[in-house]
Write a new protein. Structure first.
Length: 302
């Protein structure tokens, strides 16, 4: 009898959703929602980010309703839910990009704000296409250790390291601010490309020396702004579970504080490149879940 009662309990079905939120697909009256995009066929080194949504949901189970630093009951204020995952097609990048774009347009056209768990960083391009269809041009705040505007990898245009160049070529974006850039690059030309593309990049040195200056630049963005957070912007000591780690990065405290300090008009937020099979005691998944929670809290305050 006890087992039957457990199966009837709504709590039983909610344990695997983000923040134990209800699993809903009707977004009427929902101000913000969590969605997974479990696709990683565009990675260039370690695979595994397709399990990011699963890991981040697992890492979110200790999130509590009240955010004491932002003074908000985040989930209640947003009437938030988890809508499940987008049905990507493993092995078929171009088809999957269409599925993501169409799925995201459906989800956001009523005005709800998406909080997205990737997936590798290639998922951000179709998300930005959807953003552009619904909102017009959006600014981009891009946390990453990599520029992600390379033209091609192995002669191919669509990878997790080239999505930003494609988004700029497709004229989807307003201003772009990058935060946390470091590591070796392929060539000195990359730096010239950065200037040609008109991207404002803060390297890890810039952030460590003047974090307030970086926040000022982010918060000066006017109009609708999308935030894409590659977990590899964080130091591998705090976030080891990722596909292309770079040493000498941001701490978990620094990134949580930066997200808490956002004043931008945020129309979407993603955390990508979490690959849970390389994790240690769930530290990366828990950080990713907390970053989404903090970003949701900022949204809830507006
Ligand atoms: Mn990266």
């Amino acid at each position: 009898m006890r087992q039957i009662d457990a199966l009837k309990s709504p709590r039983f079905t909610q344990v695997s959703t983000f923040g134990r939120l209800p699993l809903l697909q009707d977004l009427h009256d929902v101000k913000a929602f969590f969605v997974g995009i479990p696709f990683d066929d565009a990675t260039t080194y370690r695979p595994g980010a397709r399990f990011g949504p699963m890991g981040i949901r697992q890492g979110s189970r200790l999130l509590r309703p009240y955010n004491q630093f932002l003074d908000v009951y985040t989930f209640d204020e947003l009437n938030a839910c988890d809508v499940g995952d987008i049905n990507v097609i493993p092995g078929y990048l171009m088809d999957t990009m269409k599925v993501i774009e169409e799925g995201m347009v459906e989800l956001i056209k009523g005005g709800s704000t998406p909080f997205i768990a990737g997936g590798d960083h290639s998922i951000t391009l179709p998300v930005l296409r959807a953003m552009n269809k619904v909102h017009g041009k959006v600014n981009l705040v891009h946390f990453d250790s990599h520029y992600d505007f390379w033209d091609t990898y192995w002669g191919k245009k669509y990878t997790h390291g080239s999505w930003l160049r494609r988004a700029l070529e497709e004229n989807l974006l307003g201003k772009v601010v990058q935060v946390g850039i470091r590591g070796s690059t392929f060539s000195k030309d990359d730096l010239q490309d950065r200037d040609k593309l008109g991207v404002k990049s803060f390297t890890i040195r810039d952030v460590k020396r003047d974090p307030e200056g970086v926040m000022k630049e982010i918060n000066s963005l006017e109009g609708k702004t999308y935030v894409s957070f590659d977990i590899d912007s964080v130091d591998p000591a705090f976030a080891p579970a990722t596909g292309t780690p770079e040493v000498g990065g941001l701490t978990s405290f620094e990134v949580v504080e930066m997200v808490r300090g956002f004043k931008v008009n945020m129309v979407g937020f993603d955390v990508v490149e979490v690959a849970p099979s390389y994790d240690v005691s769930e530290i990366t998944s828990m950080l990713a879940a907390n970053l989404i929670y903090e970003a949701m809290s900022v949204k809830a305050k507006r």
